[in-house]
Ligand binder design. Structure first.
Ligand code: MN
Length: 500
């Protein structure tokens, strides 16, 4: 689902309708038209820095939201998102005409809009983060609208003064890109990162862009032959697939990867890759087996993100092979749902909802059992808990945020097979607290993959950890504070040591 990229053309409401992956019903269209009429009236006479009528920005924001599969109410809120802030029409007017759900989303955006773009000061960044988090805890759709709004602003940034361009690009890279990443909205993350990169580091941006397009044009004929050969192979081995296609790595990710390899482009094997989309998880592994039997895989390049998903939920099998015609080629194998979630992240949930024709609220209902999206819901709940815990200490909040939310996570397992998600560098004590506060408080040691280990041992991805507890332990040791990484462990250790 490619994100709409129009920048200069005059958009119309029809473009918004057409951006929906599933055509909106006539009642949805009616509501959207109504929102469009109010937004047009409210913004009448206002122009953007580009000289375009302001309503173009509202339509562009709505179009992006529709394009990633958001529900029509969120898209309507996208049309209206700047109304209370920039015009004489109030939130009450919106609430009267569109109801509380839409009004509350717009209220959230207006609150976020009041973030002042002050200079590099630490407290400004902190304040921005806090507001984003509060908004996320209340209604995640608010933040998604904010991301779409920012994406269109980034696409039209050329019309602003140079100093403003840098400041907004910097804010986008530091705040909006990580949030889009954490929400798993790959398409928006990539587009935001690329547009910020262009203004923050034009030289490297153009160089990376050149490397990418050179590779794409050099390899496109080969890629086509390779895809044909792989399709034939899959058919011969009776592996069902929905799609086999090529993809080019997003520009900013490519830049980071080249940097990671000391500037050596030849060591980056996934500038282009072949993606195989199959119906179910079993077919993923079957397809991998067939590929590996036909083409020799490169040592150490097989990654199973299905069993061990990335922290933002990303799932796929990755392998690098000596592919057709002996050329090195990265292959990514995933189900359709994994594919949608990789591109759309949390937004895919609204799309799936729409497909099932149910209300989005069902997913936020805690009574709902066996919820395939419970990961996200649990995450939103944790977020709120965590805001409560850290709310009083702004510096700690900021630190906690960096570690818990932004750093790469690892996954370890309890002996029963429950997955515990931890930030990189977390210790056995962090693991214990992540299971339960009482287990953290009474931990005395651990068995990692069957071997005894001390509490300060750093946890690695995929380990099975059994915590040894001692009920007679009075309280956690304050020396643990020197090596624990998670906010939850820190606050618990302090709390236990304060209470006597
Ligand atoms: Mn806006």
């Amino acid at each position: 689902m490619p994100l709409p990229k129009k920048t200069n053309q005059e958009r119309t409401l029809k473009d918004v309708f057409e951006a929906f992956p599933i055509a909106p019903s006539s009642s949805s269209k009616r509501l959207l038209s109504q929102a469009f009429v109010l937004a047009s009236k409210a913004h009448e006479g206002q122009v953007r820095a580009s000289g375009a009528p302001y309503i173009q920005h509202c339509l562009a924001t709505a179009e992006i939201l529709a394009g990633i599969g958001m529900d029509y109410r969120t898209v309507a809120a996208g049309l209206l998102h700047d109304v209370p802030e920039d015009t004489e029409y109030t939130l009450e007017t919106i609430e009267k005409e569109f109801g509380t759900d839409i009004a509350r989303m717009i209220e959230g955006i207006t609150k976020l809009g009041k973030m002042k773009l002050r200079d590099e000061a630490q407290d400004y960044k902190l304040e921005n983060w806090r507001r984003m988090f509060l908004a996320m805890g209340e209604d995640i759709r608010t933040v998604i609208i904010k991301l779409a709004d920012r994406l269109h602003n980034m696409r039209t940034l050329e019309h602003l003064r140079l100093d403003k361009q840098k400041r907004i690009a910097n804010e986008t890279m530091e705040i909006y890109v990580p949030i889009a990443n954490r929400l798993g909205i790959g398409e928006i993350r990539a587009a935001l990162a690329e547009n910020s990169f262009k203004y923050l580091d034009p030289e490297n941006y153009h160089e990376t862009k050149r490397i990418s397009s050179e590779m794409v044009s050099k390899k496109s004929a080969y890629l086509e032959r390779a895809i044909g050969e792989i399709k034939l192979l899959l058919r011969k081995k009776h592996i069902k697939y929905y799609d086999v296609h090529g993809r080019a790595k997003a520009i900013h990710s490519l830049f980071l990867k080249i940097k990671k390899h000391g500037g050596d482009v030849n060591r980056v094997f996934d500038i282009i890759a072949v993606r195989i989309v199959v119906p179910d998880v079993t077919s993923c592994y079957e397809a991998l087996g067939v590929i590996h039997r036909e083409y020799r895989p490169m040592v150490g390049r097989i990654k199973d993100y299905i069993s061990l998903p990335k922290p933002n939920g990303y799932q796929s099998l990755h392998t690098t092979i000596f592919g057709p015609e002996g050329q090195i080629l990265e292959i990514q194998i995933r189900t359709q749902q994994m594919h949608d979630e990789a591109e759309l992240g949390i937004a895919a949930h609204w799309l799936y909802e729409e497909r099932k024709n149910k209300s989005w609220r069902a997913y936020l209902d805690p009574r709902r059992k066996n919820d395939e999206f419970s990961r996200e819901v649990k995450w939103a709940k944790q977020l709120r808990e965590w805001q409560k815990e850290l709310g009083n200490n702004p510096n700690e909040f900021m630190e906690g945020l960096k570690v818990d939310f932004l750093k790469n996570h690892i996954f370890a397992f309890t002996p029963k097979g429950d997955v515990i998600e931890l930030p990189e560098g977390a210790s056995v004590v962090d693991f214990a607290y992540a299971i339960h506060t009482d287990i953290g408080n009474t931990a005395v040691g651990a068995r990692i993959d069957g071997k005894m280990a001390s509490l300060d041992t750093t946890v690695s991805n995929g380990q099975v950890i059994e915590i040894v507890t001692d009920k007679n332990r009075v309280k956690p040791n304050t020396t643990w504070l020197s090596f624990v990484k998670t906010s939850h462990a820190k606050t618990s250790i302090r709390k236990e040591n304060k209470e006597d």
